[in-house]
Design a protein around this ligand. Structure first.
Ligand code: Z5A
Length: 217
């Protein structure tokens, strides 16, 4: 039986990492074999590229360069980790994936949609998420959470951008969800961790129950 790919998307501090951990626990209790991973990164080659991108070292070379670096990292991650796990029947929970590139590079970077589609196609080579949770929160609230967690550490390449940029990205994520309602579920992330977890677990259970062979883990 083939596994599943479930991705988590949204702005900074939306709670993706927190919710992935909660869903992993829920699914493991149900008896599923779960792996948790993230982008950029998740495989040795992709983690090497992660540092280059998040340090801001590539920023000066423009959004197309960054889009290609994210795609290179994603290609390695899909080949080395995600696709083998799905083929082995595991449920892969991934913190950010294609929608982050569509929003941060494609829309914020104002890149040609055809360029972005071509790059995405090469990077994932047919490995699309089965389900995507878009954690939606006003940008100022998400940034405040991310700031609290970061403490005295410096903001990264993306965190230091303006509230207006973050809010535009929020709208871009909602736009993707409106275009792909079957795959993307918008989750109100401005609630307690427990409330959000309960909704995400229920939606995931619905998907699993609808797939033959998954009903009992
Ligand atoms: N990027 C890109 O441009 N293109 C791409 O293709 C990809 C990525 C894949 C990765 O940064 C950056 O790369 C990202 C986009 C860009 N931009 N930035 N920055 P990262 O991996 O370092 O960080 P992130 O993905 O942005 O994570 P995050 O937003 O900073 O955090 P989060 O995972 O969404 O949230 P969290 O760690 O679960 O929670 C944050 C804090 O809030 C933490 O202290 C929690 O305890 C707290 N929290 C969580 N939930 C709640 C609730 N419900 N109430 C109150 N407090 C909460």
């Amino acid at each position: 039986m083939s596994g599943l790919l479930i991705t988590f998307e949204g702005g900074e501090g939306a709670g993706k990492t927190t919710q992935i951990s909660g869903l992993a626990d829920h699914l493991r209790v149900r008896g599923f074999d779960v792996i948790v991973t993230r982008e950029p990164g998740g495989s040795a080659g992709a983690e090497a590229v992660r540092h280059v991108i998040l340090s801001g070292a590539a920023e000066a070379y423009g959004p197309a360069m960054e889009a290609l670096l994210f795609a290179a990292a994603r290609s390695d991650h899909v080949d080395q980790k995600i696709r083998p796990a799905i083929e082995a029947g595991q449920i892969v929970l991934c913190d950010r994936f294609i929608d982050s590139s569509r929003v941060y590079q494609g829309i914020s970077g104002n890149l040609d949609p055809q360029f972005m589609q071509a790059v995405e196609r090469i990077a994932i080579d047919g490995t699309m998420p089965d389900l995507t949770f878009i954690l939606d929160i006003p940008a100022d609230k998400g940034l405040a959470r991310a700031g609290l967690r970061r403490g005295n550490e410096a903001a990264d390449r993306f965190e230091k951008e303006t509230i207006a940029t973050h809010e535009a990205r929020r709208q871009a994520f909602l736009g993707i969800a409106a275009e792909e309602p079957q795959r993307c579920k918008v989750i109100d992330a401005d609630r307690s961790v427990a409330e959000i977890s309960a909704e995400i677990s229920a939606l995931t259970d619905n998907l699993l129950n609808s797939r033959e062979g998954y009903a009992h883990g």
